[in-house]
Design a protein around this ligand. Structure first.
Ligand SMILES: [Zn+2]
Ligand SMILES: [Zn+2]
Length: 161
C-alpha cells in the first residue's frame, strides 16, 4: 500500500468522514500511478486488482482526494477530468496533450518559470502557481499521418538553431 495512504486517512478523520477500504483502494490506485488518470482508468485499475467498487464511490473519493490537496484535477477539454497525485518526481511541471490519441506528456521548463516570475513582477503580482497546457499532435500520431491544423507554421525557436 502506498505510503501516502496515511495522509488521506488523516484528512478523512479530520473531516469526520469514514475511512473505508473502498476509499483507501481508490486512493491507493491513484497514488501508485504516475499517470494522468480518468475515472475510467481508475475503474480499470481497480478491476485489475480484483476490487469491485462502484463508479459513484470512485467519483466521490476523487472529489475528497482533490479537496484534501493530495491529488490534482485536470480538465484537458476532453469532456472528462483527469487526476494525478501531487507526489510525482516533478512537483512543478507542464503538460503536452495530444488531441488525437489523448496522450499526456509532462515536461519541465526553466524558461516557463522565468516567464512566470518576470510577468508577475511586471504586474506587481506574487505568483503562487501556474498552469501551461500545450495542445497538439504527438510524434506518433504525426508518424501515422494525422494532419496538424497548424501545418505550414514554422517554429521561431527551431529557426534560430
Ligand atoms: Zn497522439
Ligand atoms: Zn502532470
Amino acid at each position: 500500500m502506498s505510503p501516502f495512504i496515511p495522509l488521506f486517512r488523516r484528512y478523512l478523520r479530520e473531516q469526520g468522514l469514514p475511512v473505508t477500504p473502498q476509499r483507501e483502494a481508490v486512493a491507493d490506485t491513484v497514488f501508485e500511478s504516475s499517470g494522468h488518470l480518468s475515472v475510467e482508468d481508475i475503474e480499470l485499475a481497480l478491476r485489475a486488482r480484483g476490487e469491485r467498487i462502484g463508479k459513484a464511490t470512485v467519483y466521490r473519493t476523487m472529489e475528497l482526494l482533490v479537496r484534501s490537496g493530495l491529488v490534482e484535477e485536470h480538465d484537458f477539454g476532453e469532456g472528462f477530468k483527469r487526476y494525478e497525485h501531487r507526489f510525482t518526481r516533478q512537483p512543478v511541471h507542464e503538460h503536452l496533450i495530444c488531441t488525437t490519441c489523448g496522450k499526456v506528456v509532462e515536461f519541465q521548463s526553466p524558461e516557463v518559470l522565468r516567464a512566470q516570475d518576470c510577468i508577475s513582477l511586471l504586474y506587481g503580482f506574487v505568483p503562487h502557481r501556474h498552469r501551461l497546457e500545450i495542445y497538439g499532435t504527438c510524434s506518433e500520431c504525426q508518424a501515422l499521418g494525422v494532419a496538424s491544423p497548424a501545418a505550414g507554421l514554422t517554429c521561431p525557436v527551431s529557426q534560430l538553431n
